[in-house]
Design a protein around this ligand. Structure first.
Ligand code: NAD
Ligand code: AOT
Length: 312
C-alpha cells in the first residue's frame, strides 16, 4: 500500500518507520526543512527499543509535494495547530479514492478534515503508542502501544478493518472500534491529565503518578471530561478511565515518557495542543452550561507558560 505520513515528527516517524520495515511503500511529508533534509540525506534514524536503526524513507517538504504524487492512505500526525495547513498542502494529491486516517490527540479534528475529504474516506482514531524526537531526522522509540480506529462514513467498516490490518501487520497493534468517539474521549482524558500536569510540574508520568494528590486531581479532571462528553451522548465510565490513566504510571511500561506537550513546551518552546484538549472541554462546558474549573485553570496555566517561554 502507498502510505503517506503527513506530519513526520515523533509519532509520524514511529508509524512511518514501522510500516516501512513491514514492507509498505511509505512517503513522509513534513513542514520542518532541517528534518526533511536530514531524512533524505542520512535516512530516518531511530533509537528503537534501545537499538540504533536507520530506514531509507523518501521525505518531502509539504510546500513541495509533487502534483503527480499517488497515495492510497494518508496518516495524519501533525500537531493540532498544524492540521489545517497540512490539509491545504495535501489538497492537490487528495483524489476520489484517497483515504485519510487521523490519529492526533484531542477532540474535534474531523471538523477540519471534512473541509477537504469526503466522509466516506475519513477514518478517525487514537493511539497509546508514544514517541520522541531527539533532533532532525532522529527519533527515540520505546515501549508498547495500540491503535483504535473507525470509519466516519457509513458502510466503510470493511475499509477501516483493512487499514487496522495493515497497521497490525507492521506491529502497531491496531483494532477496529465501533465506538471511536468513546475511545477518543477516553484518550483525551489521558492527555487532559498527564500532558498539562507533567508540563506544569516538570516531570514524567511516573513523577506525577507518585504524587500524593495525583488521584484527586485526575478524578476532578476526568469528571469534567465526562460531564461534557455526556452532552455529546458519550457516557464515560469515570472509574475505568481513572484506572486506565493510573496504569500508565508504571515505569516499566510508559511511566518514563515525557508527554508530547512537555516535549513541545519545556524542551522546544513550541506552542501546545492545550486548546484542543482541556481548552476544548472548557469551551464545550461553557456552551453546555457545565462548570469545568480544572480544565479552564490548566488551560490558562499552560498558556501562561507558553508566554513566559515565548513559545512559537
Ligand atoms: P511532533 O511535534 O513530534 O511533530 C509534529 C510536527 O512538528 C512535525 O511536522 C514535526 O516535524 C514538527 N516538529 C517537531 N519538532 C520540531 C521542531 N523542534 N522544530 C520545528 N518543527 C518541529 O508531534 P508528535 O509528538 O509526533 O505528535 C503528533 C500528534 O500525535 C499530536 O496530536 C500528539 O498529541 C499525538 N500523540 C503524540 C504522542 C507522543 O508520544 N509524541 C503520543 C500519542 C499521540
Ligand atoms: C501518552 N502520551 O499521548 C500516550 O505524549 O501526547 C502524548 C501522549 C499513551 C499513554 C500515556 C501517555
Amino acid at each position: 500500500m502507498k502510505i503517506t505520513i503527513a506530519g513526520a515528527g515523533a509519532m509520524g516517524s514511529r508509524f512511518g518507520l514501522m510500516l516501512h520495515k513491514a514492507g509498505q511503500e511509505v512517503f513522509l511529508v513534513d513542514g520542518w526543512k532541517e528534518h526533511v533534509e536530514a531524512i533524505n540525506r542520512d535516512g530516518l534514524k531511530a533509537n528503537f527499543n534501545d537499538k540504533d536503526i536507520v530506514e531509507k524513507i523518501p521525505a518531502v517538504l509539504q510546500c513541495d509535494i509533487p502534483t503527480d504524487f499517488k497515495t492510497d492512505l494518508i496518516i495524519l500526525f501533525t500537531k493540532a495547530l498544524q492540521l489545517d495547513d497540512m490539509m491545504q498542502a495535501l489538497k492537490p494529491i487528495i483524489h476520489d479514492r484517497t483515504d485519510v486516517l487521523c490519529l492526533l490527540n484531542g477532540i474535534g479534528h474531523e471538523e477540519i478534515i471534512e473541509k477537504y475529504v469526503g466522509l466516506d474516506h475519513i477514518f478517525i482514531g487514537n493511539t497509546m503508542w508514544t514517541a520522541g524526537l531527539e533532533g532532525p531526522g532522529k527519533a527515540k522509540l520505546f515501549g508498547t502501544g495500540s491503535v483504535e480506529l473507525e470509519n466516519l462514513g457509513e458502510g466503510q467498516s470493511a475499509k477501516a478493518k483493512e487499514i487496522a490490518n495493515v497497521l497490525t501487520e507492521a506491529g502497531l497493534n491496531a483494532s477496529y472500534s465501533d465506538n471511536i468517539r468513546y475511545s477518543i474521549y477516553r484518550k483525551a482524558c489521558v492527555n487532559g491529565t498527564l500532558n498539562g500536569l507533567c508540563t506544569i510540574l516538570d516531570c514524567n508520568i511516573t513523577g506525577f503518578g507518585t504524587c500524593k494528590y495525583a488521584h484527586e486531581i485526575v478524578t476532578s479532571i476526568v469528571s469534567e471530561f465526562a460531564a461534557v462528553a455526556k452532552h455529546e451522548n458519550v457516557s464515560l465510565d469515570v472509574d475505568e478511565v481513572i484506572h486506565h490513566i493510573e496504569e500508565t504510571y508504571d515505569p516499566e511500561t510508559i511511566g518514563l515518557h515525557y508527554p508530547s506537550m512537555y516535549q513541545d513546551l519545556i524542551k522546544n518552546h513550541r506552542l501546545t495542543e492545550i486548546d484542543f484538549i482541556n481548552g476544548a472541554v472548557a469551551k464545550k462546558g461553557e456552551k453546555y452550561g457545565i462548570s469545568t474549573p480544572y480544565c479552564k485553570f490548566l488551560t490558562e496555566l499552560i498558556h501562561c507558560k507558553e508566554e513566559i517561554l515565548k513559545a512559537k
